[in-house]
Design a protein. Structure first.
Length: 125
């Protein structure tokens, strides 16, 4: 059974549904025009910031590794920064989007980002 790629609701039995084209040249269906617009807006946001997201993620992971060897305070700051990156850029995997839909995946990503920030604060104590 097909589901909306944005809200993950069951698609209505209409002949013509709004479609969006995702990165891997697959067509995804949406339940209505509003979901299609929201999904397209997020895909444009992803295309615009995916490079910055990758650079910041690698930067934070590098500092986590370096901080775990020497300076734990640096590791704390890296966790805080990584959590902030995840909250600002909640880019989830295609599998999670297939499972929960884009809307819920963004929320789950942001919740996990807040949890990473909390781990950073736990390093402080």
């Amino acid at each position: 059974m097909e589901k909306c790629c944005y809200c993950n609701k069951k698609l209505p039995e209409k002949e013509e549904l709004p479609q969006i084209l995702v990165e891997d040249n697959r067509v995804r269906l949406c339940c209505d025009e509003n979901c299609a617009q929201q999904a397209q807006a997020f895909l444009q946001y992803y295309e615009r910031y995916k490079g910055l997201f990758a650079v910041l993620t690698v930067f934070c992971i590098g500092f986590m590794i370096y901080g775990s060897v020497g300076n734990l305070r640096l590791c704390q700051y890296a966790f805080l920064a990584m959590g902030a990156v995840i909250v600002v850029f909640p880019f989830c995997t295609p599998t999670s989007i297939d499972l929960w839909g884009l809307k819920r995946s963004k929320v789950i990503g942001r919740i996990l980002g807040v949890l990473v920030i909390l781990v950073g604060f736990l390093f402080a104590s």
